[in-house]
Ligand binder design. Structure first.
Ligand code: NDP
Ligand code: GDR
Length: 363
């Protein structure tokens, strides 16, 4: 069998790292697009990457940006991919209220630029396209649980940009016969999750609180409910979606819902802490039940102008048609994230013990 070639945008992100690893184990030649950054930010994929002058895994990085058509066309032409996974995005919902235009440029026009590159280069029949769509499309939910047919009601510049991306993917499928799919993925987390998303912010902070490196964590809406799965399970699904006879769109979710407050409870228990809640609204605080110290406080700066209060997915179609089911339970997910953040906190503790200063830049 000839070796397949995959191109991953957003390869330096959480999903990009898991997907690159998965495709390499499946024997793909993997190409990733990374942005130019003033500091090297390939921590998540360094274990996969080798100096191009040495023998190693079949993994190549290209400099490019979803806001720059010329770089997209050049890379797609050079790589001639069998599969393109568009994972790149300004993916932070709260940040999208602060940078709405940039978010639209990268998250809405970015996928359009890739689809156009495929057309310009005559790759409509050669390359398959995966678009990282999102449960944020459901926003103000119209039906519970949410499935492929549930109407969308986006609630942020991020979600509105992703709505354009969702429809342009379907339009290019219908108009030009491109094999193009949307994975409507509900929240998925891991030890590789960015530190400013709520799950990782909590596990990282609790690990540091446990070791005395930090007093407390400031959060926003503790009542928001999400359907949280593991990124490792979800990238398997991204690959499966491109291996079918016909391109279709799929919801990927666990079918289980927890609040942010719940997440804190599970995470705290992992490090032997119990949280006692007192107060109401912005005055609410979480205390370490044993020491009486405040470890969680509300900071209204983390509230969003329009919030997505509740999301719960129904992945029956993926289960039925693709034989896919998530492998990791909620408590296993929280446990894995806590253990990995404890290791990182122990490293920071050592650094501190030897007299070096570090700053907590991750709120
Ligand atoms: P991350 O934020 O971890 O990664 C995003 C990636 O996109 C990073 O590699 C980032 O590069 C890159 N990127 C951002 N802007 C650009 C740009 N203009 N040009 C090129 N690359 C860019 O996201 P996740 O891995 O968590 O998510 C992957 C995709 O799935 C995203 O599109 C996200 O919106 C979507 N999604 C995520 C879900 C989740 O729960 N994780 C759920 C549903 C959808 P850099 O490292 O330089 O910042
Ligand atoms: P989300 O993830 O917005 O669902 O988008 P995030 O973890 O940022 O927020 C989840 C919920 O937690 C509430 N929350 C906080 N969120 C953050 N980031 N920081 C806080 O301090 C905090 N306190 C409470 C939020 O208000 C929200 O309700 C993620 C991203 O990966 C998107 O790219 C993806 O499309 C969706 O998941 C599915």
């Amino acid at each position: 069998m000839t070796k397949k070639t995959a191109l991953i945008t957003g390869v330096t992100g959480q999903d990009g790292a898991y997907l690159a690893e998965l495709l390499l184990t499946k024997g793909y030649s993997v190409h990733g697009i990374k942005r130019r950054t003033s500091l090297i930010n390939t921590d998540r994929i360094d274990h996969l990457y080798h100096d191009p002058h040495e023998q190693g895994l079949d993994f190549t990085l290209h400099h490019g940006d979803l806001t720059d058509s010329s770089s997209i066309i050049r890379i797609v032409e050079q790589v001639q991919p069998d599969e393109i996974y568009n994972l790149a995005a300004q993916s932070h919902v709260a940040v999208s209220f602060e940078e709405p235009e940039y978010t639209a440029n990268s998250d809405a026009l970015g996928p359009l630029r890739i689809l156009e590159a495929m057309r310009i280069l005559g790759l409509e029949k050669k390359s398959r396209f995966y678009q990282a769509s999102t449960s944020e499309l459901y926003g103000l939910v119209q039906e519970t649980p949410q499935k492929e047919t549930t109407p969308f009601y986006p609630r942020s510049p991020y979600a509105v940009a992703k709505l354009y991306a969702y429809w342009i993917t379907i339009n290019y499928r219908e108009a030009y016969g491109i094999y193009a799919c949307n994975g409507i993925l509900f929240n998925h987390e891991s030890p590789l999750r960015g530190e400013t998303f709520v799950t990782r912010k909590i596990t990282r902070a609790l690990a540091r609180i446990k070791l005395g490196l930090q007093d407390r964590v400031h959060l926003g809406n503790l009542d928001a409910k999400r359907d949280w799965g593991h990124a490792r399970d979800y990238v398997e699904m991204q690959w499966l979606m491109l291996q079918q006879d016909k391109a279709e769109d799929y919801v990927i979710a666990t079918g289980e819902q927890h609040s942010v407050r719940d997440f804190i409870k599970y995470a705290a228990e992992e490090v032997g802490m119990k949280v006692r809640w007192e107060g109401q609204g912005v005055e609410e605080k979480g205390y370490n039940a044993e020491t009486g110290k405040c470890i969680v406080a509300i900071d209204p700066r983390y509230f969003r102008p329009t919030e997505v209060e509740t999301l719960l997915g129904d992945a029956s179609k993926a289960k039925r048609q693709l034989g896919w089911a998530p492998q990791t339970s909620f408590s296993d997910l929280v446990g894995e994230m806590m253990r990995e953040d404890l290791k990182l906190a122990e490293r920071d503790e050592l650094v501190k013990k030897h007299g070096f200063r570090f700053f907590n830049r991750h709120e």
